[in-house]
Design a protein around this ligand. Sequence first.
Ligand code: F6P
Length: 468
Amino acid sequence: MERIVIVSNRVPSGSSDAAAGGLAVALKAALGEREGIWFGWDGKIGKNTSRSAQVKRSGALTFATLSLSKPEFRGYYEEFSNRALWPVFHGRLDLCRPDGGSFQTYKDVNLRFARALTELLQKDDRIWVQDYHLIPLGRALRRLGVDGPLGFFLHIPFPQAESLAALPSLKELLADLCAYDLVGFQTQACAENFRDAVARTLGGCLQSDGSLTVGDQVVNVGAFPVGLDTRAFAEMAASPEVIRRSRKLRDAMGEGNWICGVDRLDYIKGIAERLRAFENLLQQAPELRGRLSLIQVAAPSRESVTEYRAMRDQLDSLSGRINGRFGTFDWTPVHYLNRTFSQKPLAALYRASRIGLVTPLRDGMNLVAKEFIAAQDPEDPGVLVLSRFAGAAEELSDALLVNPFDQAAMVEAIKTALAMPLKERQQRWRRMFERIEQNTAESWRNGFLEALEAAWEDRGEARAERAA
Ligand code: F6P
């Protein structure tokens, strides 16, 4: 079997990955035992920005990493990736504020990555580039003479053409994406938005099989919703250690119930809106005071970026306000935890909670929603309240779907979840569990790589026709 070469901005440093959900968790599960290279940034900022990657082997996998210099970190990561692409792709045009030279630095880093990667490549490698930090990498590889199958997967949403117009250098970025053989998205809606943007901006022609032709370039496009290693997560959540932890947590609540929210601290996650909805609920339903608490985990993220620091201050004060307003000597309404937790305590939290509140304002997929389902006790499952603007809503339609911008609807959804009869909870949970049992990290990987193979073969015919 050919080697798979994953390229992502972040490469996990060790075997124990602390983060909940997210790209690294999905990729780790997707790689499994397969032989390959995982190439990217080592997470360090320093002077040692050597030309060649540091290589470390671990079983079948080779980790190859590079450091970033301070100006590279600023221009490529903080500014262009996280103050231009991230807000625009999530519909927050008001927060798109990259500084002037950052697009050039973004391209330079991509070129530097491409050069270092070519030193490690073998002829039959399948190269799979991940996420918005690395859009230009494919075209840079092609220019350096790499002519094997090249795929790109976007983990975050791809917006409609009107929103995209806010992006500096949009044409160049779309042309970069069209240099891949296959571009994959989390949802059908995002794939459609991409086709539309390429047609409008680059004059691309949509073919009957859903691919796009731009000049003599053909790019296949598809939706590949990312999944979990569901079985492994469910087994971990049903292990004696996790069950013990979750019982302890439930006992601490007595007759009452826990609601949980688990996110990276990010303005797209709707944490402030969620806290306000919880506050409104306590205001409207005094009988719930003392009987319902929200545990909100907000793992620190991108703290050097201004908007994230502002968000942290906002959440500190909001959670403090709710506790100050409603708390008693023996009851704390909001347990706000601005820390990172590993998977076992999170699985215990999911299992102990009557409600999982996953209400991002916009999200590519949101694997926390799937982890919440995977962690439930089949006999007594909790209820998932899920934002209709999370990619996961396309698959998990048996959740209580809410509009996170609508406070009244959020309050109603929590009330409905609390009142839901056991039978209905079991039925909804069973259907969602079956779905995530089918759509796993492994099937995501296989689906994408098979489509990449097919795209590559199509290109072969086109190349031969051109040559003839
Ligand atoms: O899923 C989106 C994403 O940006 C991933 O690419 C990334 O690994 C994760 O969120 C965490 O963000 P960051 O790498 O900026 O800490």
